[in-house]
Design a protein around this ligand. Structure first.
Ligand code: XMP
Length: 509
Protein backbone atom coordinates (compact mmCIF):
# COMPACT_ATOMS: atom_id res chain seq x y z
CA UNK A 1 0.00 0.00 0.00
CA UNK A 2 1.25 3.46 -0.80
CA UNK A 3 0.15 5.43 2.26
CA UNK A 4 2.58 7.57 4.25
CA UNK A 5 3.94 5.97 7.35
CA UNK A 6 5.38 6.83 10.72
CA UNK A 7 7.47 4.34 12.64
CA UNK A 8 7.42 4.19 16.42
CA UNK A 9 10.68 2.71 17.67
CA UNK A 10 10.00 0.74 20.83
CA UNK A 11 12.31 1.24 23.82
CA UNK A 12 10.10 -0.79 26.14
CA UNK A 13 7.69 1.74 27.63
CA UNK A 14 4.26 0.68 28.79
CA UNK A 15 2.30 3.05 26.53
CA UNK A 16 4.04 2.21 23.25
CA UNK A 17 1.16 0.48 21.48
CA UNK A 18 -0.97 3.40 22.51
CA UNK A 19 1.36 5.84 20.71
CA UNK A 20 0.87 3.91 17.46
CA UNK A 21 -2.88 3.85 17.97
CA UNK A 22 -3.02 7.59 18.64
CA UNK A 23 -1.00 8.36 15.51
CA UNK A 24 -3.40 6.27 13.47
CA UNK A 25 -6.35 8.05 15.04
CA UNK A 26 -4.79 11.21 13.63
CA UNK A 27 -5.14 9.63 10.16
CA UNK A 28 -1.52 8.55 9.66
CA UNK A 29 -0.45 4.92 9.27
CA UNK A 30 1.92 3.91 12.02
CA UNK A 31 3.89 0.81 12.95
CA UNK A 32 5.53 -0.16 16.20
CA UNK A 33 8.96 -1.70 15.61
CA UNK A 34 11.84 -2.68 17.91
CA UNK A 35 14.29 0.18 18.63
CA UNK A 36 17.11 -1.72 16.87
CA UNK A 37 15.23 -2.28 13.61
CA UNK A 38 17.62 -2.25 10.66
CA UNK A 39 17.78 1.16 8.97
CA UNK A 40 17.51 -0.53 5.58
CA UNK A 41 14.09 -1.84 6.61
CA UNK A 42 13.00 1.68 7.55
CA UNK A 43 14.14 2.95 4.14
CA UNK A 44 11.69 0.60 2.43
CA UNK A 45 8.77 2.46 3.92
CA UNK A 46 7.11 5.60 2.72
CA UNK A 47 8.44 7.18 5.90
CA UNK A 48 7.52 10.72 6.95
CA UNK A 49 8.55 10.65 10.62
CA UNK A 50 9.96 8.62 13.48
CA UNK A 51 8.89 8.52 17.11
CA UNK A 52 11.13 7.24 19.90
CA UNK A 53 9.17 5.88 22.84
CA UNK A 54 9.59 5.86 26.58
CA UNK A 55 11.27 2.97 28.32
CA UNK A 56 12.34 1.69 31.73
CA UNK A 57 16.07 2.44 31.36
CA UNK A 58 18.18 5.51 31.94
CA UNK A 59 20.28 6.57 28.95
CA UNK A 60 23.34 7.00 31.17
CA UNK A 61 23.37 3.47 32.56
CA UNK A 62 25.47 0.73 31.05
CA UNK A 63 23.69 -1.39 28.48
CA UNK A 64 20.87 1.13 27.97
CA UNK A 65 19.23 0.68 24.55
CA UNK A 66 20.69 3.14 22.04
CA UNK A 67 19.55 4.35 18.68
CA UNK A 68 21.54 3.65 15.54
CA UNK A 69 22.86 7.10 14.49
CA UNK A 70 21.92 6.36 10.89
CA UNK A 71 18.25 6.66 11.88
CA UNK A 72 18.87 10.34 12.52
CA UNK A 73 20.14 10.78 8.97
CA UNK A 74 17.09 9.35 7.23
CA UNK A 75 15.94 12.87 6.45
CA UNK A 76 12.66 12.71 8.36
CA UNK A 77 11.73 14.53 11.58
CA UNK A 78 12.15 12.63 14.85
CA UNK A 79 10.00 12.98 17.96
CA UNK A 80 11.34 11.67 21.27
CA UNK A 81 8.93 10.89 24.10
CA UNK A 82 10.16 10.43 27.71
CA UNK A 83 13.17 8.07 27.34
CA UNK A 84 13.21 9.07 23.67
CA UNK A 85 13.40 12.72 24.74
CA UNK A 86 16.41 12.01 26.94
CA UNK A 87 18.03 9.85 24.28
CA UNK A 88 17.85 12.61 21.67
CA UNK A 89 19.50 15.03 24.11
CA UNK A 90 22.19 12.50 25.05
CA UNK A 91 23.00 11.66 21.42
CA UNK A 92 23.38 15.32 20.51
CA UNK A 93 25.67 16.25 23.41
CA UNK A 94 23.11 17.38 26.00
CA UNK A 95 22.99 16.22 29.61
CA UNK A 96 20.58 13.86 31.27
CA UNK A 97 20.17 14.34 35.00
CA UNK A 98 18.62 12.29 37.76
CA UNK A 99 16.06 14.59 39.33
CA UNK A 100 12.90 14.64 41.36
CA UNK A 101 10.53 11.85 40.46
CA UNK A 102 7.47 13.08 38.61
CA UNK A 103 4.56 10.74 38.24
CA UNK A 104 1.01 11.45 37.17
CA UNK A 105 -0.74 14.68 36.30
CA UNK A 106 1.47 17.78 36.23
CA UNK A 107 1.00 21.40 35.26
CA UNK A 108 2.56 22.02 31.84
CA UNK A 109 3.82 25.57 31.30
CA UNK A 110 4.24 26.43 27.64
CA UNK A 111 6.44 29.21 26.29
CA UNK A 112 6.39 30.85 22.87
CA UNK A 113 7.64 29.77 19.49
CA UNK A 114 7.50 25.96 19.57
CA UNK A 115 6.36 24.10 16.49
CA UNK A 116 5.46 21.07 18.59
CA UNK A 117 3.62 23.06 21.21
CA UNK A 118 1.94 25.42 18.74
CA UNK A 119 -1.62 26.29 19.77
CA UNK A 120 -1.28 24.99 23.33
CA UNK A 121 -2.44 27.32 26.12
CA UNK A 122 0.13 28.73 28.53
CA UNK A 123 -1.00 26.25 31.14
CA UNK A 124 -2.52 22.79 30.81
CA UNK A 125 -2.32 19.32 32.33
CA UNK A 126 0.19 16.73 31.15
CA UNK A 127 1.02 13.19 32.27
CA UNK A 128 4.56 12.53 33.47
CA UNK A 129 6.29 9.30 34.42
CA UNK A 130 10.05 9.73 34.92
CA UNK A 131 12.96 10.12 37.32
CA UNK A 132 15.59 11.37 34.87
CA UNK A 133 15.22 14.47 32.75
CA UNK A 134 17.20 16.59 30.32
CA UNK A 135 19.32 18.88 32.51
CA UNK A 136 21.01 20.64 29.61
CA UNK A 137 19.66 20.61 26.08
CA UNK A 138 22.07 20.16 23.16
CA UNK A 139 23.32 23.18 21.25
CA UNK A 140 20.81 24.76 18.94
CA UNK A 141 17.76 23.60 20.89
CA UNK A 142 14.94 25.75 22.20
CA UNK A 143 13.12 24.76 25.36
CA UNK A 144 9.42 25.28 24.75
CA UNK A 145 7.74 23.92 27.88
CA UNK A 146 8.44 23.09 31.52
CA UNK A 147 6.76 21.92 34.71
CA UNK A 148 7.51 23.00 38.27
CA UNK A 149 10.09 20.24 38.65
CA UNK A 150 11.15 19.57 35.08
CA UNK A 151 12.77 22.51 33.28
CA UNK A 152 12.72 20.72 29.91
CA UNK A 153 9.22 19.29 29.46
CA UNK A 154 9.54 20.04 25.73
CA UNK A 155 12.37 21.20 23.50
CA UNK A 156 13.10 21.22 19.82
CA UNK A 157 15.86 21.67 17.29
CA UNK A 158 14.21 23.13 14.25
CA UNK A 159 17.37 23.05 12.12
CA UNK A 160 18.13 19.40 12.71
CA UNK A 161 14.45 18.51 12.87
CA UNK A 162 14.33 16.70 16.16
CA UNK A 163 11.64 17.40 18.73
CA UNK A 164 11.10 16.08 22.22
CA UNK A 165 8.61 15.93 25.08
CA UNK A 166 9.33 14.56 28.53
CA UNK A 167 5.60 14.07 29.12
CA UNK A 168 3.36 11.49 27.44
CA UNK A 169 1.20 13.03 24.68
CA UNK A 170 -0.39 9.64 23.95
CA UNK A 171 -2.00 9.33 27.38
CA UNK A 172 -5.56 10.53 27.74
CA UNK A 173 -4.72 12.59 30.84
CA UNK A 174 -2.48 14.87 28.78
CA UNK A 175 -5.06 17.49 27.85
CA UNK A 176 -3.40 18.61 24.63
CA UNK A 177 -1.65 15.33 23.80
CA UNK A 178 -3.49 14.85 20.52
CA UNK A 179 -2.69 18.43 19.54
CA UNK A 180 1.03 17.77 20.14
CA UNK A 181 0.90 14.63 17.98
CA UNK A 182 -1.02 16.48 15.27
CA UNK A 183 1.53 19.29 15.34
CA UNK A 184 4.28 16.75 14.83
CA UNK A 185 2.47 14.82 12.09
CA UNK A 186 0.85 17.64 10.15
CA UNK A 187 2.88 20.73 11.10
CA UNK A 188 6.31 19.10 11.03
CA UNK A 189 6.24 15.85 9.01
CA UNK A 190 3.83 17.05 6.32
CA UNK A 191 1.26 14.29 6.80
CA UNK A 192 -1.64 14.15 4.34
CA UNK A 193 -3.97 12.12 6.56
CA UNK A 194 -4.26 9.29 4.05
CA UNK A 195 -4.86 6.51 6.62
CA UNK A 196 -8.62 5.99 6.62
CA UNK A 197 -10.57 2.77 6.77
CA UNK A 198 -12.16 3.64 3.45
CA UNK A 199 -8.71 3.73 1.83
CA UNK A 200 -7.64 0.64 3.70
CA UNK A 201 -10.68 -1.38 2.62
CA UNK A 202 -10.39 -0.28 -1.03
CA UNK A 203 -6.66 -0.96 -1.24
CA UNK A 204 -6.90 -4.26 0.61
CA UNK A 205 -9.68 -5.53 -1.62
CA UNK A 206 -7.68 -4.50 -4.70
CA UNK A 207 -4.55 -6.24 -3.39
CA UNK A 208 -6.50 -9.35 -2.45
CA UNK A 209 -8.11 -9.46 -5.91
CA UNK A 210 -4.70 -9.53 -7.47
CA UNK A 211 -3.33 -12.11 -5.05
CA UNK A 212 -6.28 -14.47 -4.84
CA UNK A 213 -7.81 -14.22 -8.31
CA UNK A 214 -10.23 -17.09 -8.67
CA UNK A 215 -8.28 -19.38 -6.34
CA UNK A 216 -10.08 -21.48 -3.77
CA UNK A 217 -10.09 -19.84 -0.33
CA UNK A 218 -11.31 -21.20 2.99
CA UNK A 219 -12.25 -19.30 6.14
CA UNK A 220 -13.47 -20.46 9.54
CA UNK A 221 -16.17 -18.14 10.85
CA UNK A 222 -16.55 -18.12 14.61
CA UNK A 223 -19.08 -15.33 14.97
CA UNK A 224 -16.32 -13.11 16.39
CA UNK A 225 -15.41 -9.70 14.98
CA UNK A 226 -11.99 -10.52 13.54
CA UNK A 227 -12.91 -13.56 11.50
CA UNK A 228 -16.12 -11.84 10.37
CA UNK A 229 -14.35 -8.74 9.02
CA UNK A 230 -11.54 -10.82 7.50
CA UNK A 231 -14.07 -13.03 5.70
CA UNK A 232 -16.15 -10.10 4.47
CA UNK A 233 -13.06 -8.36 3.06
CA UNK A 234 -11.89 -11.49 1.27
CA UNK A 235 -15.41 -12.07 -0.04
CA UNK A 236 -15.33 -8.66 -1.74
CA UNK A 237 -12.18 -9.71 -3.59
CA UNK A 238 -12.61 -13.36 -4.34
CA UNK A 239 -15.52 -15.30 -5.84
CA UNK A 240 -14.32 -18.64 -4.52
CA UNK A 241 -14.38 -18.08 -0.79
CA UNK A 242 -15.96 -20.81 1.28
CA UNK A 243 -16.77 -20.03 4.92
CA UNK A 244 -17.25 -22.79 7.42
CA UNK A 245 -19.17 -22.01 10.57
CA UNK A 246 -19.07 -24.67 13.26
CA UNK A 247 -22.13 -24.23 15.47
CA UNK A 248 -21.24 -25.93 18.74
CA UNK A 249 -24.59 -24.95 20.26
CA UNK A 250 -22.80 -22.94 22.95
CA UNK A 251 -23.33 -19.50 21.43
CA UNK A 252 -25.75 -17.01 22.95
CA UNK A 253 -29.41 -16.86 21.98
CA UNK A 254 -29.91 -15.98 18.28
CA UNK A 255 -26.18 -15.70 17.52
CA UNK A 256 -25.89 -18.67 15.18
CA UNK A 257 -28.96 -17.50 13.24
CA UNK A 258 -27.46 -14.01 13.06
CA UNK A 259 -24.24 -15.35 11.55
CA UNK A 260 -26.21 -17.20 8.88
CA UNK A 261 -28.49 -14.28 8.17
CA UNK A 262 -25.69 -11.73 7.81
CA UNK A 263 -23.16 -13.79 5.91
CA UNK A 264 -25.36 -15.96 3.72
CA UNK A 265 -28.45 -13.80 3.19
CA UNK A 266 -27.08 -10.26 3.39
CA UNK A 267 -23.49 -10.64 2.18
CA UNK A 268 -24.27 -13.48 -0.20
CA UNK A 269 -21.38 -15.65 0.94
CA UNK A 270 -20.91 -19.32 0.38
CA UNK A 271 -21.45 -20.39 3.99
CA UNK A 272 -21.38 -23.94 5.22
CA UNK A 273 -22.88 -24.39 8.65
CA UNK A 274 -21.88 -27.50 10.52
CA UNK A 275 -24.57 -28.05 13.14
CA UNK A 276 -22.69 -29.96 15.79
CA UNK A 277 -24.56 -29.04 18.96
CA UNK A 278 -25.66 -32.61 19.69
CA UNK A 279 -22.10 -33.89 19.34
CA UNK A 280 -20.71 -31.23 21.68
CA UNK A 281 -23.39 -31.86 24.31
CA UNK A 282 -22.71 -35.56 24.18
CA UNK A 283 -18.95 -35.04 24.60
CA UNK A 284 -19.52 -32.65 27.50
CA UNK A 285 -21.91 -34.95 29.34
CA UNK A 286 -21.00 -35.15 33.04
CA UNK A 287 -17.83 -33.04 32.62
CA UNK A 288 -17.45 -30.46 35.39
CA UNK A 289 -13.79 -29.41 35.29
CA UNK A 290 -13.39 -26.09 33.40
CA UNK A 291 -10.10 -26.94 31.74
CA UNK A 292 -11.43 -30.32 30.62
CA UNK A 293 -14.44 -28.56 29.11
CA UNK A 294 -12.13 -26.19 27.25
CA UNK A 295 -9.98 -29.05 25.96
CA UNK A 296 -12.96 -31.11 24.80
CA UNK A 297 -14.55 -28.18 23.00
CA UNK A 298 -11.26 -27.15 21.37
CA UNK A 299 -10.55 -30.67 20.15
CA UNK A 300 -14.08 -31.36 18.97
CA UNK A 301 -14.13 -28.07 17.11
CA UNK A 302 -11.08 -29.14 15.16
CA UNK A 303 -12.59 -32.57 14.41
CA UNK A 304 -15.81 -31.03 13.05
CA UNK A 305 -13.87 -28.52 10.99
CA UNK A 306 -11.61 -31.25 9.69
CA UNK A 307 -14.59 -33.24 8.44
CA UNK A 308 -15.92 -30.17 6.59
CA UNK A 309 -12.49 -29.31 5.18
CA UNK A 310 -12.07 -32.87 3.87
CA UNK A 311 -15.32 -32.53 1.94
CA UNK A 312 -14.03 -29.32 0.37
CA UNK A 313 -10.64 -30.80 -0.49
CA UNK A 314 -7.43 -28.91 -1.17
CA UNK A 315 -7.66 -25.13 -1.03
CA UNK A 316 -5.17 -22.50 -2.07
CA UNK A 317 -5.53 -20.12 0.85
CA UNK A 318 -6.68 -20.26 4.44
CA UNK A 319 -7.93 -16.95 5.88
CA UNK A 320 -6.91 -16.04 9.43
CA UNK A 321 -8.25 -13.12 11.47
CA UNK A 322 -4.86 -12.17 12.94
CA UNK A 323 -4.78 -8.52 14.02
CA UNK A 324 -1.90 -6.13 14.74
CA UNK A 325 -1.66 -6.61 18.54
CA UNK A 326 -1.23 -10.38 17.87
CA UNK A 327 1.58 -9.56 15.46
CA UNK A 328 3.32 -7.21 17.92
CA UNK A 329 2.97 -9.61 20.84
CA UNK A 330 4.34 -12.62 19.07
CA UNK A 331 7.67 -11.62 17.66
CA UNK A 332 7.52 -7.91 16.98
CA UNK A 333 6.16 -8.25 13.49
CA UNK A 334 8.91 -10.50 12.22
CA UNK A 335 6.99 -13.64 11.38
CA UNK A 336 3.58 -14.72 10.23
CA UNK A 337 1.46 -15.50 13.22
CA UNK A 338 -1.13 -18.14 13.57
CA UNK A 339 -3.66 -17.05 16.08
CA UNK A 340 -3.60 -19.08 19.22
CA UNK A 341 -7.34 -18.73 19.79
CA UNK A 342 -8.50 -22.19 20.73
CA UNK A 343 -10.80 -22.67 17.81
CA UNK A 344 -8.64 -21.51 14.94
CA UNK A 345 -5.10 -22.07 16.21
CA UNK A 346 -4.92 -25.69 15.19
CA UNK A 347 -6.76 -25.30 11.89
CA UNK A 348 -3.67 -25.04 9.70
CA UNK A 349 -2.78 -28.58 10.80
CA UNK A 350 -5.99 -30.09 9.52
CA UNK A 351 -6.57 -28.11 6.34
CA UNK A 352 -4.82 -28.89 3.11
CA UNK A 353 -3.80 -25.42 1.93
CA UNK A 354 -0.91 -23.61 0.27
CA UNK A 355 -0.73 -20.28 2.08
CA UNK A 356 -2.27 -18.29 4.91
CA UNK A 357 -3.82 -14.91 4.16
CA UNK A 358 -4.22 -12.39 6.99
CA UNK A 359 -5.97 -9.26 5.69
CA UNK A 360 -6.22 -7.60 9.12
CA UNK A 361 -2.68 -8.05 10.35
CA UNK A 362 -2.01 -4.29 10.18
CA UNK A 363 -5.10 -3.22 12.12
CA UNK A 364 -5.79 -2.48 15.77
CA UNK A 365 -9.08 -3.76 17.15
CA UNK A 366 -10.89 -0.42 16.87
CA UNK A 367 -9.75 -0.18 13.25
CA UNK A 368 -11.05 -3.69 12.57
CA UNK A 369 -14.45 -2.51 13.79
CA UNK A 370 -14.29 0.69 11.72
CA UNK A 371 -13.34 -1.40 8.69
CA UNK A 372 -16.27 -3.74 9.39
CA UNK A 373 -18.70 -0.82 9.30
CA UNK A 374 -16.98 0.52 6.18
CA UNK A 375 -17.67 -2.68 4.27
CA UNK A 376 -21.27 -2.85 5.42
CA UNK A 377 -21.36 -5.32 8.30
CA UNK A 378 -24.09 -4.68 10.89
CA UNK A 379 -23.56 -3.40 14.45
CA UNK A 380 -24.54 -6.76 15.95
CA UNK A 381 -21.43 -8.33 14.39
CA UNK A 382 -19.03 -5.39 14.41
CA UNK A 383 -19.64 -4.29 18.01
CA UNK A 384 -19.95 -7.79 19.40
CA UNK A 385 -18.49 -7.98 22.89
CA UNK A 386 -15.60 -10.38 23.48
CA UNK A 387 -16.95 -13.89 23.85
CA UNK A 388 -14.91 -16.94 24.87
CA UNK A 389 -14.37 -19.66 22.28
CA UNK A 390 -15.79 -22.37 24.58
CA UNK A 391 -18.92 -20.25 24.83
CA UNK A 392 -21.64 -20.80 27.39
CA UNK A 393 -20.04 -24.07 28.52
CA UNK A 394 -17.73 -22.05 30.77
CA UNK A 395 -20.62 -19.92 32.01
CA UNK A 396 -22.46 -22.95 33.34
CA UNK A 397 -20.73 -24.04 36.51
CA UNK A 398 -20.70 -27.82 36.73
CA UNK A 399 -21.94 -30.14 34.01
CA UNK A 400 -23.54 -28.76 30.86
CA UNK A 401 -27.02 -29.95 29.89
CA UNK A 402 -29.51 -28.81 27.28
CA UNK A 403 -31.87 -27.66 30.05
CA UNK A 404 -29.20 -25.48 31.70
CA UNK A 405 -28.14 -24.07 28.33
CA UNK A 406 -31.72 -23.05 27.58
CA UNK A 407 -32.11 -21.36 30.96
CA UNK A 408 -28.84 -19.49 30.60
CA UNK A 409 -29.53 -18.38 27.01
CA UNK A 410 -32.89 -16.87 28.00
CA UNK A 411 -31.56 -15.13 31.12
CA UNK A 412 -28.50 -13.79 29.31
CA UNK A 413 -30.69 -12.50 26.49
CA UNK A 414 -32.86 -10.50 28.91
CA UNK A 415 -29.75 -9.02 30.53
CA UNK A 416 -28.40 -7.98 27.12
CA UNK A 417 -31.73 -6.50 26.09
CA UNK A 418 -32.00 -4.36 29.21
CA UNK A 419 -28.39 -3.19 28.98
CA UNK A 420 -29.03 -2.07 25.41
CA UNK A 421 -32.31 -0.43 26.42
CA UNK A 422 -30.46 1.54 29.11
CA UNK A 423 -27.98 2.60 26.42
CA UNK A 424 -25.11 0.98 28.28
CA UNK A 425 -24.10 -1.57 25.65
CA UNK A 426 -21.32 0.58 24.22
CA UNK A 427 -20.00 1.48 27.68
CA UNK A 428 -19.48 -1.91 29.28
CA UNK A 429 -16.68 -4.18 28.03
CA UNK A 430 -18.50 -7.44 28.73
CA UNK A 431 -21.80 -8.23 30.39
CA UNK A 432 -23.28 -11.68 30.71
CA UNK A 433 -25.07 -14.14 32.93
CA UNK A 434 -23.55 -17.17 34.65
CA UNK A 435 -25.57 -20.15 35.77
CA UNK A 436 -23.90 -20.97 39.05
CA UNK A 437 -23.94 -24.51 40.35
CA UNK A 438 -25.63 -23.22 43.47
CA UNK A 439 -29.25 -23.91 44.35
CA UNK A 440 -31.13 -22.28 47.16
CA UNK A 441 -34.55 -22.10 48.77
CA UNK A 442 -37.01 -19.52 47.58
CA UNK A 443 -40.69 -18.83 47.63
CA UNK A 444 -42.83 -18.15 44.59
CA UNK A 445 -46.54 -17.66 45.03
CA UNK A 446 -47.20 -19.86 48.00
CA UNK A 447 -44.80 -22.51 46.84
CA UNK A 448 -41.39 -23.27 48.22
CA UNK A 449 -38.82 -23.52 45.44
CA UNK A 450 -35.33 -24.96 45.32
CA UNK A 451 -33.76 -23.53 42.21
CA UNK A 452 -30.68 -22.08 40.55
CA UNK A 453 -28.77 -18.96 41.52
CA UNK A 454 -27.94 -16.84 38.50
CA UNK A 455 -24.99 -14.45 38.63
CA UNK A 456 -24.86 -11.32 36.51
CA UNK A 457 -21.42 -10.03 35.57
CA UNK A 458 -20.57 -6.69 33.97
CA UNK A 459 -17.02 -5.40 33.64
CA UNK A 460 -15.21 -2.41 32.26
CA UNK A 461 -11.80 -3.02 30.79
CA UNK A 462 -9.43 -1.86 28.06
CA UNK A 463 -7.92 -5.15 27.02
CA UNK A 464 -9.43 -7.87 29.21
CA UNK A 465 -6.15 -8.24 31.13
CA UNK A 466 -7.47 -6.29 34.09
CA UNK A 467 -11.05 -5.27 34.73
CA UNK A 468 -13.30 -3.45 37.14
CA UNK A 469 -16.90 -4.41 37.86
CA UNK A 470 -19.31 -2.15 36.03
CA UNK A 471 -21.44 0.22 38.11
CA UNK A 472 -24.72 -0.73 36.46
CA UNK A 473 -27.50 1.44 37.94
CA UNK A 474 -29.68 -0.30 40.52
CA UNK A 475 -32.88 0.34 38.60
CA UNK A 476 -31.47 -1.43 35.54
CA UNK A 477 -30.41 -4.38 37.70
CA UNK A 478 -33.84 -4.41 39.29
CA UNK A 479 -35.59 -4.60 35.91
CA UNK A 480 -33.25 -7.38 34.79
CA UNK A 481 -33.84 -9.33 38.00
CA UNK A 482 -37.61 -8.96 37.83
CA UNK A 483 -37.78 -9.97 34.22
CA UNK A 484 -35.54 -13.01 34.63
CA UNK A 485 -37.37 -14.51 37.60
CA UNK A 486 -40.68 -13.92 35.88
CA UNK A 487 -39.80 -14.94 32.34
CA UNK A 488 -37.26 -17.72 32.82
CA UNK A 489 -38.00 -20.88 34.77
CA UNK A 490 -35.82 -22.42 37.47
CA UNK A 491 -34.07 -19.29 38.70
CA UNK A 492 -35.11 -18.02 42.12
CA UNK A 493 -32.09 -15.93 43.13
CA UNK A 494 -29.96 -13.42 41.23
CA UNK A 495 -26.67 -11.93 42.39
CA UNK A 496 -24.40 -9.29 40.88
CA UNK A 497 -20.67 -9.98 40.82
CA UNK A 498 -18.74 -7.09 42.40
CA UNK A 499 -15.19 -8.34 42.04
CA UNK A 500 -12.56 -6.90 39.76
CA UNK A 501 -9.79 -8.71 37.92
CA UNK A 502 -7.58 -9.37 39.79
CA UNK A 503 -8.46 -11.09 42.08
CA UNK A 504 -11.27 -12.68 40.04
CA UNK A 505 -11.18 -13.41 36.33
CA UNK A 506 -13.79 -12.05 33.96
CA UNK A 507 -15.28 -15.46 33.23
CA UNK A 508 -16.27 -17.68 36.13
CA UNK A 509 -14.46 -20.71 34.76
P1 XMP B 1 -10.62 -14.14 31.94
O1 XMP B 1 -11.80 -14.95 32.35
O2 XMP B 1 -9.37 -14.95 31.80
O3 XMP B 1 -10.95 -13.61 30.48
O4 XMP B 1 -10.42 -12.92 32.80
C1 XMP B 1 -10.24 -12.62 29.77
C2 XMP B 1 -10.88 -12.47 28.41
O5 XMP B 1 -10.70 -13.66 27.64
C3 XMP B 1 -11.95 -14.27 27.33
N1 XMP B 1 -11.77 -15.72 27.52
C4 XMP B 1 -11.57 -16.60 26.52
N2 XMP B 1 -11.52 -16.43 25.18
N3 XMP B 1 -11.18 -18.75 24.89
C5 XMP B 1 -11.35 -17.51 24.38
O6 XMP B 1 -11.33 -17.37 23.17
C6 XMP B 1 -11.22 -19.02 26.22
O7 XMP B 1 -11.08 -20.16 26.65
C7 XMP B 1 -11.43 -17.87 27.07
N4 XMP B 1 -11.52 -17.72 28.43
C8 XMP B 1 -11.72 -16.40 28.67
C9 XMP B 1 -12.95 -13.65 28.30
O8 XMP B 1 -14.28 -13.65 27.79
C10 XMP B 1 -12.39 -12.26 28.48
O9 XMP B 1 -12.76 -11.40 27.41
Amino acid sequence: MNHQSVVVLDFGGQYNQLIARRVRECGVYCELLPYDTDVEKLKEKNLIGIILTGGPNSVTEEGAPMLDKKVLSLGVPVLGICYGCQLLAYMHGGEVTCGAREYGKRRLLVGKGGKLTKGLPKESVCWMSHTYFVGKTPEGCTVTASTETCPTAAYENEKERYYAVQFHPEVMHTEYGTKVLENFLYGICGAKGDWTMKNFAEQTVAALKEKLGDKKVLCALSGGVDSAVAAALVHKACPNLICVFVDHGLLRKNEAEEVERVFRDEQGMNLIKADASEIFLEKLKGVTDPETKRRIIGEEFIRVFEREAKKIGKVDYLVQGTIYPDVIESGKGKSAVIKSHHNVGALPDVVDFKEIVEPLRDLFKDEVRACGFEIGLPKSIVMRQPFPGPGLAIRIIGDVTREKLDILKEADYIFREEIARADLDGKIWQYFAVLTGNRSVGVMGDERTYDYTLALRGVTSVDGMTADWARIPYDVLETVSNRIVNEVGHINRIVYDITGKPPATIEWE
